[in-house]
Design a protein around this ligand. Structure first.
Ligand SMILES: Cc1cc2nc3c(=O)[nH]c(=O)nc-3n(C[C@H](O)[C@H](O)[C@H](O)COP(=O)(O)OP(=O)(O)OC[C@H]3O[C@@H](n4cnc5c(N)ncnc54)[C@H](O)[C@@H]3O)c2cc1C
Length: 452
């Protein structure tokens, strides 16, 4: 790789061990390539310099936040530059307009904490909120636990500042509540997974802070009853602010890492919250009644925020529980709500058919499931079985009218499947859009769209 401009060289990570930590994300089996550079940008000008240089020398660039991607979308590329923007972490709040203008490196959880002083909130809350960045959230159109009521990242991004390959600084969107001037290029960049340019600033819509949430935890003996519970909540006039599902195998896995009082003999658990100002107590009591009528065999209803938080502890242990089980592929599929139960059943049939174990958890209120298939990485047959199960689960989602990714994005892992969802003509149109912004294909090549 030719020498980087001097201004940027100052921000190169020179320690090889440290650089390798920037080379991988949270996707299974992610590994560092042999040759790559890591630049930790300190300003928009650094980003401009890197993209000017990269375009001139046709060097691939991987924009990067906190590396919590589960799809391989922020893994370093051979001969490329990892352009980490975590240090661009300014926050400016305009209380009157209820917006925040933030750098892409702001950690999602830090923005939420910052806004409490203003009585405002930024709803999107991926489970990775304590570490993931707003730039990464925008690039993946991240969802999370509260989407059932508040929607996804795209619903809160009004405008962006983006640096394009070659170094041009582009502004999209607006600061105002409304605006239809031209095509929605902000929407195009949200969810583009670093394949078009680097987000260097975002204008985010805020809402008045809701009340501290209260929780209901409902235990079910069987899947049909649990799905009847989801349907009953979906029909309620006051949408829960969180509706999470843990199936029987998820509960068993969680109980292996700590005693959260979950049953381990099948069934499943729904976790439901209300944060409706002045109505949380009333809502959780009504949700509990709906769930009891649907067939819940055990219910716990929180009286205060501390209890509400305690009831979520088991859900929070899920990631550690999955890690403790060993090598795994985590899916992110989304189906119409009425097919969610069928999807859970099919996942277990598919995994069992390949001789593997699986668990299903997810954002039940959105039909967004994260099936996790476990395999033995030392056994090539088991690895092949896991790959096959991964593909079969995507096909099951399509068969049920769903999509291959609800919120994690396509990344590298699902790039081979994208054409199966979009079709040839749409793939060609999308590649043409990418070429408009990135004519030489230097932005995160091989992610979202397979290399041709
Ligand atoms: C334990 C755990 C729980 C998770 N839970 C959820 C969840 O509930 N909901 C959910 O949606 N996701 C979840 N995720 C996935 C992940 O956290 C999200 O995709 C998150 O948005 C990634 O943010 P990041 O800062 O880590 O980005 P990275 O992983 O660094 O990058 C992700 C993508 O964004 C691009 N990117 C990053 N910054 C920029 C930028 N400034 N400009 C352009 N492109 C950029 C990268 O190139 C890459 O394509 C979870 C992950 C983990 C490990």
């Amino acid at each position: 790789m030719p020498l980087l401009p001097e201004s940027v060289r100052a921000h190169l990570v020179t320690d090889a061990d440290v650089a390798r930590t920037y080379a991988v994300d949270s996707s299974p089996g992610a590994g560092a390539p042999e040759h790559f550079e890591v630049v930790r940008a300190r300003s928009r000008e650094d980003v401009v310099e890197v993209l000017r240089y990269a375009e001139a020398h046709r060097v691939p660039v991987v924009p990067q936040g906190a590396r919590t991607s589960t799809t391989g979308s922020s893994v370093a590329l051979e001969g490329g530059i990892v352009l980490n923007v975590e240090a661009l972490d300014s926050i400016e709040v305009d209380e009157e307009e209820r917006i925040a203008v933030v750098g892409p490196g702001v950690v999602n959880g830090n923005l939420k904490a910052h806004l409490t002083d203003y009585g405002l909130a930024y709803p999107p809350d991926p489970a990775s909120s304590p570490t993931c960045t707003i730039g990464g959230n925008i690039a993946t159109n991240a969802g999370g636990l509260c989407c059932v009521k508040y929607g996804v990242t795209a619903d809160y991004v009004r405008g962006l500042e983006v640096v394009l390959p070659g170094g041009e600084v582009m502004r999209t969107g607006r600061r105002t509540a409304k605006g239809v001037a031209g095509y929605d290029l902000t929407g195009l960049f949200v969810g583009s997974e670093g394949t078009l340019g680097v987000v260097t600033e975002a204008v985010l819509r805020l809402i008045p802070a809701p009340d501290p949430a209260l929780t209901v935890l409902a235990v079910f003996d069987d899947l049909d009853a649990m799905m009847a519970g989801v349907a009953a909540l979906h029909g309620d006039r006051h949408t829960p602010s969180l509706l999470e599902l843990l199936d029987g195998p998820s509960l068993a896995a969680i109980q292996e890492v700590g005693d959260f009082g979950f049953p381990t003999d099948g069934g499943g658990v729904l976790l439901v919250q209300s944060d409706r100002p002045d109505h949380t107590h009333e809502d959780v009591q009504r949700y509990a009644e709906l769930l009891r009528s649907a067939g819940a065999t055990d219910l716990a209803v929180a009286d205060d925020a501390t209890e509400a938080d305690l009831l979520l502890q088991g859900r929070r242990a899920l990631h550690a529980a999955m890690e403790a089980r060993g090598h795994r592929l985590i899916e992110d599929i989304c189906v119409p709500l009425r097919h969610l139960g069928e999807l859970v059943s099919r996942v277990h049939t598919i995994a069992g058919g390949h001789g593997l174990e699986a668990l299903c958890s997810g954002h039940a209120g959105d039909g967004n499931l994260h099936p996790c298939v476990f395999f033995d990485a030392a056994d090539p047959q088991s690895v092949a079985a896991a790959d096959a199960a991964f593909g079969d689960i995507v096909e099951a989602a399509w068969d049920l009218g769903g999509t291959l990714t609800g919120e994690h994005g396509v990344g590298a892992l699902k790039a081979p499947w994208l054409a199966g969802e979009l079709g040839a003509a749409e793939m060609a149109r999308q590649r043409a859009v990418k070429a408009l912004f990135d004519p030489h294909g230097i932005m995160n090549p091989g992610r979202v769209y397979p290399l041709t």
